[in-house]
Design a protein around this ligand. Structure first.
Ligand SMILES: [Mg+2]
Length: 261
């Protein structure tokens, strides 16, 4: 495997998660199926708890909003008067959540319930965050050489912390100097990388961003951030033009910090 130099002047590495530190299939093949398979069970177990009540309440609000907006949504969803029939109420919540997921809705109500289910699954060891084997040893090496390491993912900071806090390598959160999600801006918007630089307290030119997605790489470049494109199994194929334009790595272990003498 050819060695690739971390661009000179880099003081901070910014890492994407899906397709970069973690198999691109993790969310699709592990996290989402977990919700579909355990939703009914989870609701039954936690139905009487305040947190779960709040989650269900938020879902009801979302459904009311959807109906007001005349959005297509399951009309049988969550009858407001069925508190006496728990089983039926749970089934209705399940129907609505599964429908939202199938429609790829990004509602806060859906995200909140999913977040709580994943937290419980991670904490009990039923889910472990997947990380490619080359990732942690490389981060340790770079940190030993004085580099800072940050995460930037479209998954929420909370979700990022679960993945790395309950990972196949144990709790590795100590290895990161900070986390960013889309609350700082979209990953395909150059401005987001300027804001991240500001937040880290360095120039964009001192950051090297590792991602599998060339639209993100392009945005980072526009902001003056250095970019390396990560090629992992299952990642989106790059065009010949993209292959020619970007420095590519297939493993973090290829990346070496070369300081000028
Ligand atoms: Mg990615």
């Amino acid at each position: 495997m050819a060695t690739v130099s971390i661009p000179a002047g880099t003081s901070a590495l910014l890492l994407d998660i899906e397709g970069t530190t973690t198999p691109i299939t993790f969310v699709k093949d592990i996290l989402f199926p977990y919700i579909r398979e355990h939703l009914e069970d989870y609701l039954s177990t936690h139905w009487e708890e305040d947190e779960c009540k709040q989650d269900v309440h938020l879902l009801k609000k979302q459904i009311e909003e959807d109906m007001r907006q005349n959005r297509a949504c399951p009309v049988h969803a969550v009858d407001q008067t069925v508190h006496t029939d728990e089983e039926k109420a749970i089934r209705e919540v399940v129907d609505n959540v599964l429908w939202q997921m199938a429609a790829d809705r990004k509602s806060t109500a859906l995200k909140q319930l999913q977040g709580h289910m994943w937290r419980s699954a991670y904490a009990s060891g039923r889910i472990k965050g997947e990380i490619y084997q080359d990732v942690i040893p490389s981060i340790k090496r770079w940190r030993g050489q004085g580099l800072k390491v940050f995460i930037y993912s479209s998954g929420s900071v909370e979700a990022q912390k679960l993945l790395f806090g309950y990972s196949v390598e144990g709790d590795v959160l100590d290895l990161f100097d900070g986390h960013f999600d889309t609350s700082i801006g979209a990953k395909v918007d150059g401005k987001s990388y300027e804001r991240i630089a500001e937040r880290i307290g360095c120039q964009p030119e001192e950051i090297t961003f590792l991602t599998d997605v060339t639209r993100e790489a392009k945005a980072a470049e526009e902001a003056g951030v250095n970019v390396l494109v990560v090629v992992r199994p299952g990642n989106m194929e790059l065009t010949d033009e993209e292959r020619a334009h970007y420095n590519l790595i297939t493993s973090f272990s290829q990346l070496e910090l070369t300081r000028r003498a």
